[in-house]
Design a protein around this ligand. Structure first.
Ligand code: PEP
Ligand code: MN
Length: 337
């Protein structure tokens, strides 16, 4: 911690700050400038009481932590990239992965048709929401358990592992029984009880970025997974709220690089929620692959116009096939296969 004292304080006021720093277990190092005194408090902030309370002291101008609060997700803790295994697939390694499927599981025909087509085009993991977080209570809420059963059937028929959203803590056992990856949605990204419950299943967790979440908050949310003994964390950038409303969200590709620098965990990009427009999805996938994302999460539907959720952003089976062809050079450019 760096503690800056106010100018023109008495010697006594300075000494009392030094005494408090020592009392809390830190070693104070005084740097005496022309106008003011700066104290470096040496000691690991993670196993001692915080010095932040000093900000309330009259003689203290500021208290700035130098250590990051996220420990397990940080590259300092694990300099090499970590990987997450899903069935026989490894995310975060040399191979680039594409998770694809409908926004919502709607019926058997829609899901099977999509699953078979995305697999044929090269997707490795099947997505599909059984429990949907909808802004309106009158909109389609998902098929629930019946949707999970259809996903399991699609996995059996295609061999693809499945990713589906864990919407509520009370569903944890049920969803974990079917899913290979638990998706935590943007609206739940700081639902810490849910994050802990998801972590405790031991299943890989894909943590969407909250729509108004700072990168630091996202890293801390990820810390909830790793600190609950689950190393299988995937960060997923899915766009943030900005002033722009041409797109549904603003896909923040800079966050991919930022997370890659700060953390060892794999990063997935969801361009579908990221822009909300089917016509933009392919190009955003190219950008995400080129910038070093480890995987994509793409919404695909046999007939987007009739989709029960997110119809403007889902791409057709044909366009998905085309997308998979077109992104190849970008995957190669990022030294992936
Ligand atoms: C989704 O993937 O369909 C979804 C609801 O995502 P998000 O939580 O990012 O909105
Ligand atoms: Mn969706």
């Amino acid at each position: 911690m760096i503690i800056v004292l106010k100018p023109k304080i008495t010697k006594r006021q300075e000494t009392s700050v030094l005494r408090e720093i020592k009392r809390l277990g830190y070693e104070p190092h005084v740097m005496r400038g022309v106008a003011r005194v700066v104290i470096g408090a040496i000691g690991d902030e993670r196993d001692k009481p915080s010095l932040e309370a000093l900000t309330t002291w009259a003689q203290v101008e500021s208290v700035t932590p130098v250590q990051k609060k996220f420990k397990l997700v940080s590259r300092e803790a694990h300099p090499k990239n970590s990987t997450v295994s899903v069935g026989r697939h490894v995310i975060g390694g040399k191979k680039f992965h594409v998770m694809a499927g409908p926004c919502s599981v709607e019926n058997e025909k829609q899901l099977m048709e999509t699953a078979v087509a995305v697999k044929k085009a090269g997707a490795t993991i099947l997505r599909g929401g059984a429990f949907k977080p909808r802004s309106s209570p009158y909109d389609f809420q998902g098929l629930g358990k019946a949707g999970l059963k259809l996903l399991a059937k699609a996995r059996k028929e295609t061999g693809m592992p499945i990713i589906t959203e864990l919407l509520a803590e009370g569903h944890t056992d049920m969803v974990a029984e079917y899913a290979d990856i638990l998706q935590i949605g943007t609206r739940n990204s700081q639902n810490f009880k849910l994050l802990i419950a998801a972590a405790k299943t031991g299943k890989p967790v894909l943590l969407k970025r909250g729509m108004s979440m700072l990168i630091k908050e996202w890293l801390l949310a990820g810390e909830y997974i790793l600190s609950n003994e689950n190393p299988n964390l995937l960060f997923c950038e899915r766009g943030i709220r900005t002033f722009e409303n041409y797109t549904r969200n603003t896909l923040d590709l800079s966050a991919v690089t930022a997370i890659k620098q700060e953390s060892h965990c794999p990063v997935v990009v969801d361009p579908s929620q990221g822009c909300g427009r089917a016509s933009l999805v392919t190009d955003l996938c190219k950008g995400a692959a080129a910038i070093g994302a480890d995987a994509l999460l793409i919404e695909v539907h046999p007939n987007p116009a009739e989709a029960l959720s997110d119809n403007a952003q889902q791409i057709t089976l044909d366009n998905f096939k085309k997308l998979m062809r077109e992104i190849r050079p970008f995957i190669k450019a990022a030294d992936r296969s």
